[in-house]
Design a protein around this ligand. Structure first.
Ligand code: HPA
Length: 234
């Protein structure tokens, strides 16, 4: 057990998929894994371990925002020795050419401040994905017959943002999309020499104000799970 995860050591696989929503973790585990068992329900942040094509996999909710993800990822690495950590989640498009339901693979994640921010002092650190994992995800995503965008994203802890000027600068600098977790995930993985990547689907568009219809959310989420699993074991 760790402070926020009730699983026994050995109950968490080396490969962990991290949706923000714990009920998505449940759905993904029940839909894609065999021999599924619940390994965590502390604070309702559900986690499940099972098998996919003979490989052990854990799917653990990370919550919303970098402070929440940071707790789970720190404990998954330090207490359970997780080696490959893949976020699967939604994002808001920041570019005209990045449409609703498109897949975004985050090469880098810019942020104003992650929980790791203060240790870098004067340095603007550039959190980046694990390249072999990203490359494998790009290949896996090709089979989905949907536009794939690979590039920089923006991780912000503020969903209800009162600073539109920050978004404007991200748009100007070619940032593909905004979400709330990846910069801290990549920073922790780099610090502890683990593999990390984020696979995202565009659920809403900051420029056109379109949104993914509710009936398509589950399907696009399922595609992300498939991409993450194929990339993890490529
Ligand atoms: N902002 C932050 N996170 C998000 C968004 C957004 O607009 N859409 C999906 N995740």
């Amino acid at each position: 057990m760790s402070i926020h995860i009730g699983a026994e050591v050995g109950d968490i696989a080396e490969t962990v998929l991290l949706p923000g929503d714990p009920y998505r973790a449940k759905w993904a585990a029940e839909t894609f894994l065999g021999n599924v068992r619940m390994v965590n329900e502390t604070r309702g942040m559900l986690g499940f371990t099972g098998t996919w094509n003979g490989h052990d996999v854990t799917i653990q909710g990370s919550g919303m925002g970098m402070p929440s993800l940071s707790i789970y990822v720190n404990e998954l690495i330090r207490d359970y020795d997780a080696k490959t950590l893949i976020r699967i989640g939604s994002c808001g498009s920041m570019q005209e050419h990045v449409g609703i339901r498109d897949i975004v693979l985050a090469m880098t994640a810019s942020t104003v401040a992650s929980p790791s921010h203060s240790i870098f002092k004067d340095v603007t650190f550039a959190p980046c994905a694990d390249w072999p994992l990203l490359k494998a995800a790009a290949k896996a995503a090709e089979s989905k017959n949907r536009p794939i965008h690979i590039g920089g994203i923006y991780s912000s802890d503020t969903f209800y943002d009162e600073r539109p000027d920050l978004n404007e600068q991200m748009v100007r600098h070619g940032i593909l999309a905004v979400e709330m977790e990846t910069a801290e995930l990549y920073t922790l993985a780099l610090r502890h020499k683990r593999r990390a990547m984020s696979v995202l689907t565009v659920s809403d568009h900051l420029l056109t104000h379109e949104a993914l219809p509710a009936d398509q959310r589950e399907r696009s989420f399922g595609e992300m799970v498939e991409i993450a699993l194929e990339a993890a074991f490529a």
